[in-house]
Design a protein around this ligand. Structure first.
Ligand SMILES: Cc1cc2nc3c(=O)[nH]c(=O)nc-3n(C[C@H](O)[C@H](O)[C@H](O)COP(=O)(O)OP(=O)(O)OC[C@H]3O[C@@H](n4cnc5c(N)ncnc54)[C@H](O)[C@@H]3O)c2cc1C
Length: 308
């Protein structure tokens, strides 16, 4: 048996990938799903944030393939999204620009470049519920339990604990990256749009089936989960500048989450005597975007299988 510690997107996807490979995987978590950063996430698949560096690029592209399949089934809560990525300075040629799903367009006034990316929006409440149903249909379970030490878990372990790995894996390289989003109702907004000129002042509009998520913030080293009203105002102002159809959109919620920041995700096999620990944490703002690539690597590290 394999115990997957963590029921966010990293843990659930790992458990599903293992179950599909015939491994008896079960999940434990110390928090309900609606308290996780995985619940708060935007969450879209679009990759300006991923450089061509390996294995990240392969993980992102593999995840795109899976989301393309899942988007054919509405019950997964994954949907295609046209994402308009705006840049005040032309970013120049980018590694993924040669793909069929990215096209340069005439940029609007004030911008030097617009890249139209055919990506995906993942609606976390529905998608995490779908992952759990998928796991359970394959015989897996999700149990509430706090794990004080990985030594307390019998058998092989997948450590998908996000920021919890700072303590469980004694990883000093992890830090919270605070993110705040404002949720509004604006049924007329159908495309995603983001000003990606300045990593310090991110601004985006991500429409879902029943709401629109406006972002955001990326505050490294800040672990405060309280809503910052000044950030709410700034997010609303920046989003309106990007998408005038938001003018009369009433805010319905403000959400805050802590991304598990690390210089790069840790997907790695560790031997602990007879048993194996596979780490899968530290995805920062890319946990969804890399999820299937990382989960299949976890599977391969544990069962040695290669993707067909
Ligand atoms: C505003 C915002 C927007 C974002 N937008 C995007 C986006 O557009 N695209 C994208 O790809 N990503 C996005 N992200 C990032 C994404 O949310 C994270 O990368 C991802 O959710 C991390 O998932 P995880 O499963 O690794 O961690 P988590 O969701 O934090 O899950 C960790 C799990 O481990 C469990 N755990 C921890 N410690 C213990 C313990 N000791 N015992 C038992 N259980 C334990 C927790 O209970 C939880 O179940 C965004 C994040 C924010 C905040």
């Amino acid at each position: 048996m394999v115990t997957v510690v963590g029921s966010g997107v990293s843990g659930l996807t790992s458990a599903v990938a293992l179950r599909r490979a015939g491994v008896d995987a079960h999940v434990v978590t110390d928090r309900p799903v609606d308290e996780l950063v995985s619940w708060v996430a935007g969450a879209i698949w679009t990759i300006p944030g991923v450089t061509g560096e390996q294995p990240m690029a392969d993980w992102a592209l593999r995840t795109r393939e899976v989301f393309a399949e899942l988007a054919a089934d509405p019950s997964t809560s994954v949907r295609p999204l046209l994402h308009r990525s705006l840049h005040r300075d032309d970013p120049g040629p980018i590694w993924w620009e040669s793909t069929s799903w990215v096209e340069r367009r005439r940029a609007p006034a004030g911008y030097a470049a617009e890249l139209a990316i055919r990506g995906f929006v993942i609606e976390p409440p529905g998608y995490l519920a779908w992952l759990r149903r998928e796991l359970e249909s394959l015989g897996g379970t999700v149990t509430m339990r706090h794990v004080a030490s990985l030594d307390d878990v019998r058998g092989d372990v997948v450590n998908a604990t996000g920021l919890g790995a700072a303590q469980l894996a004694d990883d000093r390289g992890l830090e919270p990256i605070r993110g705040q989003v404002v949720v509004v109702q604006a049924p007329d907004v159908v495309d995603g749009i983001a000003d990606e000129s300045d990593p310090g002042r991110i601004s985006y509009v991500y429409p879902r089936s029943d709401e629109v998520v406006l972002g955001g913030t990326r505050q490294a080293g800040v672990a405060d989960l309280a809503v910052d009203p000044r950030e709410t105002e700034r997010i609303l102002t920046d989003a309106l500048a990007l998408e005038p159809r938001l003018r009369d959109a009433p805010p319905v919620d403000v959400r805050v989450g802590l991304r598990p920041g690390r210089d790069r995700p840790r997907v790695e096999l560790e031997h602990d005597g007879e048993r194996r620990i596979v780490h899968n944490y530290g995805h920062a703002g890319r946990g969804y975007l890399l999820s299937w690539g990382c989960a299949e690597q976890v599977r391969d590290l544990l069962v040695g299988a290669r993707r067909a």
